[in-house]
Design a protein around this ligand. Structure first.
Ligand code: PLP
Length: 302
C-alpha cells in the first residue's frame, strides 16, 4: 500500500452494502496531533509567506472554542512564531480547554466585544492592528484566504483511486474551495454547510475558487439542510448518530463540522442520492480538540 491509500479508511456498514456504495474517510485529522486537519493545510503557505515577509508573529481571530485558534497557537510553538489571538466576547475564568491550550502554546490572548469583533476585517481596524503589531502577519478568522485555498488543493493530491464524490464540511468554505480548485472539474464535490445561510457561502466559495485560479466549475454543490439549527448548534439525533458512528467504526467525529457532514452523507445515502457503484470519499477535517470540552459542558460521552 502506498502512503496515499493509508490515509483512506474504508467504512463497512450494512447500509453501504445494501446500496452498493463504497465509502472512505480521508483521515486528515491524523495529519498532526495538534495542528488539526484542514487548519494545517490552510496555514502551510501562509507560514511560508509570513517568513517571506520577515514577520515573527501570527495574529488572528476566533471564537472561544475555535479550532483555528488552537491550530495557530500550536503552529507558532512548532515553527517559532509568536502568536496573538483576538477572541470574540468576554474573558472567562478559568479558561476553557481550547483557550488554555492556546495560552499554553504561548498565544497572547486578547478579547473583543462582539461589536468590535464584527469590525475586525474593516480597513480602519486592520490599520490600527498593523501599526500596533508591525511584525505580525494577519490571518483572517478561520484562516481562509487565497493561500489557504492553495494549501487545501493538496487535500486531494494523494487520492489514487477512482472516486465519484468528495464530501467536505464547510464553515468559511476555504477548504471546499481548495478541493474544488484542486480537482479541476474531476469528480463531484459535495459541501455540507455547518451554518445557516448557505447562499452566501456558495457565493463565497465560488469567489475563492476564482480568486485562486481564475476558473469556475459546476461539478460541486452545497448541502444546506444539515446545520442542525446553525453554527455549533446540536440536536439529540446528531449526538446519537456520532455516538453510534464512533462505536461502529472507532472514529471520533466532532459536533460542529464532521458530525454534521457524516449525518448528511448517511441521510443522502438513505434517500438514494448516490448511484449504485459510486465511490464516496468524505474528508475528516479534524477539529477534535474541542470535543472534550463540549462533551464536558453537556455531560455527554463522545
Ligand atoms: C474549520 C473547520 C472546517 C471548516 O473549514 P472552512 O475552510 O472554514 O470551511 C471544517 N472542519 C473542521 C473540523 C474545522 O475545524
Amino acid at each position: 500500500m502506498t502512503p496515499a491509500s493509508a490515509s483512506l479508511q474504508l467504512i463497512s456498514e450494512p447500509l453501504l452494502q445494501e446500496k452498493a456504495l463504497t465509502l472512505y474517510l480521508k483521515r486528515e485529522d491524523l495529519l498532526h496531533p495538534y495542528i488539526s486537519g484542514n487548519k494545517w493545510r490552510k496555514l502551510k503557505y501562509n507560514l511560508a509567506e509570513a517568513k517571506n515577509q520577515g514577520k515573527d508573529t501570527l495574529l488572528t481571530f476566533g471564537g472561544a472554542y475555535s479550532n483555528h485558534i488552537a491550530a495557530v497557537s500550536a503552529t507558532g510553538q512548532e515553527f517559532n512564531f509568536k502568536t496573538i489571538g483576538f477572541i470574540r466576547g468576554e474573558p472567562h475564568v478559568p479558561l476553557n480547554s481550547t483557550l488554555q491550550f492556546a495560552q499554553n502554546c504561548g498565544m497572547q490572548l486578547h478579547y473583543l466585544d462582539r461589536t468590535t469583533y464584527r469590525q475586525k476585517q474593516e480597513p480602519d481596524f486592520q490599520e490600527q492592528l498593523i501599526s500596533k503589531y508591525p511584525h505580525a502577519y494577519l490571518l483572517p478568522e478561520g484562516g481562509t484566504n487565497v493561500l489557504a485555498v492553495k494549501g487545501c488543493t493538496e487535500i486531494i493530491h494523494d487520492i489514487n483511486i477512482p472516486v465519484d464524490y468528495i464530501c467536505c464540511a464547510a464553515g468559511t468554505g476555504g477548504t471546499l474551495a481548495g478541493i474544488i480548485a484542486g480537482l479541476q472539474g474531476k469528480a463531484q464535490v459535495l459541501g455540507f454547510s455547518a451554518l445557516k445561510g448557505g447562499k452566501f457561502l456558495e457565493a463565497d466559495i465560488a469567489a475563492l475558487v476564482k480568486e485562486y485560479n481564475g476558473q469556475e466549475y459546476d461539478n460541486w454543490q452545497l448541502q444546506t439542510d444539515y446545520h442542525f439549527g446553525g453554527y455549533a448548534k446540536v440536536k439529540p439525533e446528531l449526538i446519537a448518530f456520532m455516538q453510534a458512528f464512533k462505536e461502529n467504526h472507532h472514529i471520533p467525529l466532532e459536533t460542529i463540522y464532521t458530525g454534521k457532514m457524516m449525518y448528511g452523507i448517511y441521510d443522502l445515502i438513505r434517500q438514494d442520492f448516490f448511484k449504485a457503484g459510486n465511490t464516496i470519499i468524505a474528508i475528516h477535517t479534524g477539529g477534535l480538540q474541542g470535543l472534550a470540552g463540549f462533551a464536558e459542558r453537556f455531560g455527554l460521552a463522545l
